[in-house]
Design a protein around this ligand. Sequence first.
Ligand SMILES: [Zn+2]
Ligand SMILES: [Zn+2]
Ligand SMILES: [Zn+2]
Length: 135
Amino acid sequence: MDASKILGNHQLRSTAIRRNVIEFILNEGAAVSHQDIEKALPQADRVTLYRTLATFEEKGILHQVLDDESVKKYALCGTDCGGGHHHDDHAHFKCEKCEETVCLDEVSIPAVGLPVGYSRTSANLLIMGTCRACA
Ligand SMILES: [Zn+2]
Ligand SMILES: [Zn+2]
Ligand SMILES: [Zn+2]
């Protein structure tokens, strides 16, 4: 997977900032915050960056990851996400040693019984612990 290919798959024009953001996240291999991206791409215009992230989320390239920090993080979507619909029903894992949060694509969020009258639109599952690299 490379950045141009991901953009092409989602019918997005390949601009430098779009490629740079995707490449950065691919290289990190973990969820990144807006600040991480700003730090990695100091030359990027803030407004453009903000719009780029919004577009990526809308088009199914990135999904939001909630971890125990109060900042929004983003991770790359699987290939079955597309414009307006996401299928990122997987758990996320936060390593307490290296503090990286990653997608566990193969671990789906189990169904939970909800009280009558409640319906689920999305769910988040964060598992804390030690990752393979730190074990
Ligand atoms: Zn997605
Ligand atoms: Zn770790
Ligand atoms: Zn994820």
